[in-house]
Design a protein around this ligand. Structure first.
Ligand SMILES: Nc1ncnc2c1ncn2[C@@H]1O[C@H](COP(=O)(O)OP(=O)(O)OP(=O)(O)O)[C@@H](O)[C@H]1O
Ligand SMILES: Nc1nc2c(c(=O)[nH]1)N=C(CO)CN2
Ligand SMILES: [Mg+2]
Length: 203
């Protein structure tokens, strides 16, 4: 349903998934679970408030894609990075990357070669090494993941579903915050609904 709403091509999602499955090295998902289970988790999005963050007190930091670039620039290395590869331009050595292959990021898949620890995910029925935890955008997939892996608490940073403004760290080619396009607004609305369900309804 989400796929047809946005006109994403299922065949391309499969092609992307197959390539990612083929190019990643093995990484044990249990290490990710050990990191998150029973811990207080911060999830950092790419909203305009991102640049106000100077410290994070939770035990574990999960960054959504482009938010990573800012966090690393102030010396906060995310423990986990959830990405569809269009935001990140830095690849911290110790971070666990939860990478989504989809039909519109096939050209970006070689970025995984820069990453040490990769958990490959897809938005088709998983096969091979691929996982599917649920969710849609990088930010809400991070929330779903944290819940699935048994986080004790989840605190959101720089997640802004009201202003219609996308933070400048969302994409490497932005120099400033930008108004959300129609598509981005739709994506953020879906993200908001998923996060609300996970956090408020205990799913
Ligand atoms: N105001 C906001 N602007 C940008 N991202 C936000 C905002 N509020 C929350 N987020 C979360 O931060 C995440 C990281 O941003 P990023 O722009 O890299 O997203 P994305 O999911 O890859 O979307 P896109 O399809 O635009 O690339 C988003 O997935 C979203 O869930
Ligand atoms: N094919 C395709 N799939 C996606 C896309 C996208 O732009 N194209 N964006 C997503 C979340 O931002 C999630 N899935
Ligand atoms: Mg992204």
């Amino acid at each position: 349903m989400i796929r047809s709403q946005f006109g994403f091509n299922e065949r391309d999602d499969y092609i992307s998934a197959s390539i990612l499955n083929y190019i990643v090295n093995d990484y044990n998902e249990e290490e990710l679970r050990d990191l998150i289970k029973g811990r207080n988790v911060a999830i950092v999005g790419a909203g305009p408030e991102l640049i106000k963050i100077d410290k994070i007190k939770e035990d574990v930091i999960i960054a959504a894609d482009g938010a990573t670039n800012y966090l690393v620039s102030i010396g906060l290395e995310p423990d986990v990075i959830v990405t569809d590869l269009d935001g990140i331009i830095v690849y911290p050595k110790n971070s666990i990357f939860v990478v989504l292959a989809h039909g519109d990021n096939i050209n970006l898949l070689p970025k995984v070669k820069e990453m040490n620890k990769v958990i490959p995910t897809a938005q088709v029925l998983p096969f091979g090494r691929l996982k599917l935890y649920g969710g849609f955008t990088d930010g809400d997939r991070a929330v779903v993941l944290a819940r699935y892996m048994g986080a004790k608490s989840i605190k959101l940073y720089a997640m802004d579903f009201e202003s219609g403004i996308v933070g400048k760290f969302s994409k490497p080619y932005y120099n400033e915050d930008v108004p959300a396009s129609m598509i981005k607004r739709k994506k953020l609305e879906i993200a908001r609904m998923i996060i609300e369900k996970v956090l408020n309804h205990n799913v």
